[in-house]
Design a protein around this ligand. Structure first.
Ligand code: ZN
Length: 499
């Protein structure tokens, strides 16, 4: 057995309105080369100005990853030539990253196993992204819209051991930056991409020869690529060989990594401090704005929601997948208990939570998917937390049947009205008057004579269930779905026993 080491370098695009060193728009998918100016095109005589909002967002991530924010921070030029880099240098942070020496406790399930592990964060540094090269046939095209866009690189120590752990780390980090509102985490659009450094060695011998896998744009690919390398290195070591120190790429069609280039000796980028940008000293106001922007992070929130509301771990995990959804859930439960507290029917917090969770993760999720509404927009959904709460309180109090509750939900969304109004307009209040239900049962018994007769003599359990359900359905239909199903089934049982 070998010991494996995985370190990650995760790049995230910060959601700033403008680029990091000029005033150009930061947007994905715009017409090529429309968001550019002499500054980000590297024209002589232009000067960079730091977008403080980018540094503040970087500081928020650093803080969420338990990093130290230094007393002074500045930018260096990393010098190299590449067609997508108009300045011939990249402005980055080399000696004074905005976040230093932090950690993340990953906490989640890998298969059935609950994993908890501390992963050290080496640093987080702010830098500018390069442009985009598009290779088509015999020509290469360049789009500089991305050149100068704010990019935060998060570097871990090689504390991860399996592809699964690396995947969990990426998923947790992605959720974290989305909770903070600093990155949309859209891996397909490249808003979050990762490089993985993988090595293996005999236990206790330290890191082995390191391979870097570049540009992984899904957490699943991070897992697959890292595991692929661990197996490949293991097979080499079994034969007494070692892996070459090189850069590789993940080929998603063939599910394997392929060599990209041999790692030359560490490149000398001739870093030196950018002379046109002053050293930045994070002051009390800057640090306070970071503190003020902190939110409860996904893992602690998941644990609190499970403990406080009594929903199961899996539901808590699903609810907390998106901050907007967790906010919605907590608002709806609070409303439901307060509505019930003002009415005659008491509703405990855990019952309100269990009912809300079921609605949220089943019917509402389904409807939002059908209507093409992103879960992040749940806050502006026609079914507001207050309306959800009203529906929960009505069903819990037995004022409406489950079937009509579902129809009410659809009507609330279609007509943008409160559930109580829909129920009253449609006359959907539950019918629990036994005499009225008996009338409906008697009417059905008359039109369904043969069914009743068969049921009175049927022995087969399955057949009995089918026939009973059929009769129940008829009675419910005759009362527009309003009849209390418990009373209906009791009366049907009685009818059958009457021979
Ligand atoms: Zn610009």
């Amino acid at each position: 057995m070998y010991q494996s080491f995985i370190g990650l370098e995760v790049h995230i695009h910060l959601l700033t309105k403008t680029k990091v060193f000029c005033g150009c728009r930061n947007a994905f998918g715009d017409e090529p080369n429309t968001n550019i100016c002499p500054g980000c095109m590297g024209y002589p005589g232009t000067l960079p100005t730091l977008n403080i909002e980018a540094l503040r967002m970087a500081g928020m991530v650093a803080r969420a990853l338990n990093c130290t924010i230094p007393e002074k921070t500045w930018f260096e030029r990393k010098q190299y030539f590449y067609p997508d880099l108009p300045n011939n240098f990249q402005l980055t942070q080399f000696a004074s990253p905005i976040g230093q020496k932090g950690y993340v406790d990953i906490d989640g399930k890998i298969g059935e196993k609950q994993i908890q592990k501390r992963v050290r964060i080496k640093e987080c540094h702010l830098e500018e992204d390069a442009g985009k090269m598009i290779h088509t046939g015999t020509v290469s095209l360049l789009d500089y819209n991305r050149a100068g866009v704010s990019l935060l690189e998060i570097v871990t120590e090689p504390d991860l051991e399996t592809g699964e752990e690396a995947e969990l780390f990426i998923q947790q980090l992605r959720r974290t930056v989305r909770y903070l509102g600093v990155c949309d985490g859209n891996m397909e659009e490249g808003s979050l991409r990762a490089d993985a450094n993988v090595s293996i060695n005999l236990p206790g011998k330290g890191l082995g020869k390191r391979v870097e896998i570049k540009n992984l744009n899904s957490s699943r690919f991070v897992k697959l690529a890292a595991n692929y390398e661990i197996v490949r290195h293991g097979a080499l070591m079994d034969q007494g060989k070692t892996a070459a120190q090189e850069t590789r790429l993940w080929n998603e069609n063939r599910d394997e990594t392929l060599p990209m280039r041999e790692k030359e000796n560490a490149q000398d980028y001739r870093y030196f401090p950018e002379p046109n940008l002053p050293v930045y000293i994070p002051d009390a106001a800057f640090l306070k704005s970071i503190e003020d922007a902190m939110v409860e992070l996904p893992v602690p929130r998941r644990k609190r929601i499970a403990a406080e509301y009594g929903v199961n771990e899996e539901q808590a995990e699903q609810i907390c997948d998106e901050k907007a959804q967790a906010d919605y859930f907590e608002a709806a439960v609070a409303e439901a208990t307060s509505i019930a507290a003002n009415g005659d029917n008491k509703l405990s917090k855990t019952e309100a939570a269990s009912r809300t969770a079921n609605w949220l993760l089943q019917d509402i999720k389904h409807i939002m998917g059908r209507e093409g509404i992103d879960v992040r927009s749940i806050g502006s959904f026609k079914l507001t937390p207050k309306r959800m709460a009203s529906l929960v309180a009505m069903t819990a109090a037995g004022k409406i049947t489950g079937k009509n509750a579902r129809q009410t939900l659809e009507a609330v969304i279609a007509e943008d009205k409160d559930p109580a109004q829909i129920v009253s307009e449609r006359g959907w209040e539950i019918l629990s008057d036994p005499a009225k239900i008996a009338e409906a049962v008697a009417a059905v018994a008359k039109t369904e004579e043969t069914t009743v007769a068969e049921l009175q003599t049927a022995i087969d359990d399955k057949r009995r269930k089918t026939l009973t359900a059929y009769l129940t359905g008829k009675v419910l239909a005759a009362t527009s779905g309003r009849a209390d199903p418990k009373i209906v089934s009791a009366q049907i049982d009685e009818l059958i026993q009457r021979r």
